[in-house]
Design a protein around this ligand. Structure first.
Ligand code: DGL
Length: 269
């Protein structure tokens, strides 16, 4: 049986990462866990996010994955170190890939970061950006209302645009030339965000660079899928599956015709 790449998030956000994984690595099987019953993670203390992440990893490890992708910035900031010591397979998060993409993109060296309260509070982006480029200037802004909107499927609507405008107001007029979407839910709102920030601000999602990192790690270790058959992906969510399924179908539409979704809802308390 083909070993899968296990991907987790607090909800539908990690779908923005697996869409890119499926595009760049179509032979790879993905097992995805969205912790929709306990989303959002953003307002929760880091300790709690760490415990939830550990619990999901323990659940996914039963499926013998070859790699774990923490496709949630909040969980990456809170738990990646512990998860790396907890399992013996490669574990990657989404913060370093997002940072690399921003460093490649910025010309002015002035970068914006938006994320959940937990991610912004952790200062993980500032630290990672400055470790590569010490002179970089960073403007960070928590946007607590955005991930819950996406989780409810409310994107592409007028009222969403005004919430996005409100959330980004402190960044408007700042001399940034790129904005890191430091929450995997935000690519669902990329159009709305770009409309507010204007054409001179590049919108950076970590999905593309994360998929590239997965590819490099698997290739270096000789672990890329070799079967000529297209994989059957598996999706799990801890909450009510209907809305999750609808959002996944709409977002992954290109792949959906080859992706039968197997719903097994683990009981998590
Ligand atoms: N998608 C998540 C992230 O990248 C978290 C959203 C949330 O649950 O608050 O941080």
């Amino acid at each position: 049986m083909q070993q899968a790449i296990a991907v987790l998030d607090s909800g539908v956000g990690g779908l923005t990462v697996i869409k890119e994984v499926m595009r760049q690595l179509p032979q790879e099987k993905v097992i995805y866990f969205g912790d929709t019953a306990r989303s959002p993670y953003g307002p929760r203390p880091a300790e709690e996010v760490r415990a939830f992440t550990m619990q999901i990893v323990d659940y996914l490890i039963q499926y013998d994955p070859k790699m774990i992708v923490i496709a949630c910035n909040t969980a990456t900031a809170a738990a990646i170190k512990e998860i790396r010591t907890h399992v013996s397979i490669p574990v990657i998060g989404v913060i370093s890939p997002g940072v690399r993409a921003a460093i490649k993109s910025t010309r002015s060296g002035v970068v914006g970061v938006i994320g959940t309260e937990g991610t912004i509070r952790s200062r993980a982006y500032e630290q990672a950006l400055m470790s590569i480029s010490p002179s970089i200037q960073v403007f960070s802004e928590p946007c607590p209302l955005l991930a819950p909107l996406v989780e409810k499927g409310l994107f592409g609507e007028d009222r969403t645009q005004s919430v996005v405008e409100q959330s980004l107001r402190k960044l408007i007029g700042k001399p940034i030339d790129c904005l890191i979407l430091g929450c995997t839910h935000y690519p669902f709102l990329a159009k709305e965000i770009s409309r507010v920030m204007g054409p001179h601000v590049a919108i950076i999602s970590s999905a593309d660079e994360t998929a590239r990192e997965i590819s490099t790690i698997l290739s270096d270790r000789g672990m890329l899928a070799t079967s000529g058959q297209l994989p059957i992906h598996q999706f799990f969510c801890s909450g009510e599956p209907e809305l999750f399924k609808q959002i996944a179908k709409d977002w992954l539409k290109e792949q959906m015709f080859i992706v039968p979704v197997v719903w097994q809802v683990p009981r998590i308390i």
